[in-house]
Design a protein. Structure first.
Length: 495
């Protein structure tokens, strides 16, 4: 790509390039700092290679065009690809297994499929509430990202594979999570050029990484074996779809190696990002009393504020403000922070920048999502940006937390259903008290999550999930909640 006309960070060093301001532990945040003021497109030189980064909505819209550009897996994904190969996330679009898996798995993400997952998602969300009830009784703070990871891992395990990680019965994360986290960190840091100081220390040993991958493969093989040995679930879940379905046109099936890779992919992709999204949503809500009150008013209007509610599938789409909170959290901190697009033929980007076939650019989502030409006061948390009708006031490709085109996230509806349900239930049940002095810190693996963000949950009424009264109001009892006639309309002020 001809980068001569593209701005670069000011303090470029000979040979090394644009390394000042780079923290190897936090590449996304470092790059944001380097290029934020450079406009809609910038280029960084790291040693011999040049990385073009796009954050302007106009250019991002062009890159979204699947006829001109395609997903590129050669930049940040090779370390992951070494583990999961041509599974859905890391496949080249023209590898046969991408289309095959896409077609076989799409039916597992329809509305009907979601309907089937709802009950399981609710069961898992209630496991979270049970855990937080205990914390509330004991006056203990919870680490939000850790518990959201329990929730989302358990959800993808049970809904997708009929497998229980028993995340809520463990004090420490499930061994799969420990191995996976280390693997992602290894993947992330092994992208660093070898001369980066401390790289060896940061990356850890290759032997550890091999052991971690072997452990994940072993767990996945167990999951598959359990299914082959036991009874199939009534409806086809992800695993059922992979094991039992042939392609409707070609009759092709996924082979055993590919299924293993898909399962690892779905366990990773199916929980890391959703966990971060829920954690950021809770962070922003608990630092914005106004938004919190509105979200809670909406939830209370639907579910009351005293008993254990019975959320139905169709309740979830009514929680529009809660959904907007998640949308806005994913705007500010898109937990899958970018994707890469390569030119399919020689082309001009923005009518100005010549790209040869195969040249690529990184769409850095936290930058795109704060494009000052699109968002007013872009750093401010404001769920009102996602009120009904608002999206139409913006350019079509200004908001892309789930990626784009045919390679966009297959699990979007799954993630949003799960997250709205869990967030709604948590808001309905607890007052949430953050540490006074907490300042947002973001941990990066291949995804983003708040680090060290803790909340003290406090039951809003007196009942614990086990039914014991732990605290009584002045009236000495818990009253039947008045179920409001209509859901609080988005945009109404809370009473
Ligand atoms: Mn998901 C692709 C973000 C939840 C499974 N996901 C993507 C991409 C983004 C993304 C961005 C495109 C990446 C790229 O172009 O390189 N995903 C998210 C976010 C959440 C999320 C922000 C939650 C919030 N993803 C989920 C869930 C699942 C899932 C839940 C599974 C249950 N995602 C995938 C898969 C792909 C993907 C599989 C690859 C799809 C493909 O390329 O065909």
């Amino acid at each position: 790509m001809d980068t001569t006309a593209i701005p670069h960070p000011p303090r470029r060093l000979p040979v090394l390039g644009d390394v000042l301001g780079m923290n190897p532990r936090t590449p996304v945040q470092s790059v944001l700092g380097q290029v934020r003021d450079l406009g809609p497109i910038s280029v960084r030189k790291v040693f011999a290679s040049e990385i073009v980064t796009v954050g302007g909505a106009d250019l991002a819209a062009e890159l979204s065009d699947d006829t001109r550009f395609a997903k590129y897996v050669g930049f940040h994904l090779p370390p992951l690809r070494r583990i999961v190969g041509d599974a859905l996330f890391t496949a080249e679009t023209d590898e046969p297994n991408w289309q095959l898996a896409h077609d076989i798995l799409t039916p597992a993400f329809t509305r009907e499929a979601m309907l089937g997952y709802h009950t399981i998602m609710l069961e898992v969300a209630r496991d979270l509430l049970t855990r937080w009830d205990t914390a509330a009784e004991r006056g203990q703070r919870v680490d939000v990202a850790t518990d959201m990871t329990r929730l989302t891992l358990e959800t993808i395990g049970r809904t997708g594979f009929g497998y229980r990680f028993a995340s809520f019965d463990r004090d420490r994360p499930h061994p799969f999570v420990t191995a996976m986290t280390r693997t992602l960190r290894y993947a992330n840091l092994s992208l660093l050029p070898p001369w980066v100081p401390l790289r060896r220390v940061l990356v850890g040993s290759a032997r550890q990484n091999r052991a971690d991958v072997a452990l994940m493969e072993h767990i996945v093989d167990e999951v598959v074996q359990a299914r082959r040995a036991g009874a199939a679930p009534a409806t086809l879940d992800l695993l059922g779809q992979m094991l039992a379905t042939a392609h409707p046109d070609t009759g092709d099936r996924l082979d055993a190696i590919n299924i293993r890779r898909q399962v690892i992919t779905f366990i990773i992709a199916g929980h890391e990002t959703t966990s971060g999204a829920l954690s950021f949503a809770l962070y922003y809500l608990t630092s914005d009393p106004h938004a919190l009150a509105r979200a809670r008013a909406e939830v209370d209007a639907l579910w009351g504020d005293g008993e254990d509610p019975e959320p139905t599938f169709s309740d979830i789409s009514k929680l529009r403000y809660v959904r907007a909170v998640l949308d806005e959290a994913l705007r500010l901190w898109p937990t899958a922070p970018g994707y890469v697009r390569a030119a399919r033929t020689d082309t001009m980007l923005g009518g100005r920048y010549a790209m040869n076939q195969g040249d690529w650019a990184l769409v850095l989502l936290p930058l795109l999502h704060r494009d000052p030409l699109v968002w007013s006061d872009p750093d401010r948390f404001d769920p009102g940006r996602f009120a009904p009708g608002q999206a139409k006031t913006r350019p079509p490709h200004a908001y892309k937390p789930f990626g784009t085109g045919q390679r966009a996230c297959i699990g979007r509806q799954f993630a949003l259903h799960e997250a709205v349900l869990a967030l709604g239930l948590v808001l309905n049940r607890y007052d949430l008290i953050p540490d006074d002095d907490y300042r947002l810190q973001i941990a990066e693996s291949l995804t983003l999550k708040p680090r060290g963000f803790r909340l003290l949950p406090r039951r809003r009424n007196g009942l614990s999930r086990r039914g014991r009264v732990i605290e009584r109001g002045e009236a000495g009892g818990v009253e039947e909640p008045a179920k409001a006639a209509a859901v609080t309309v988005f945009g109404d002020e809370p009473a």
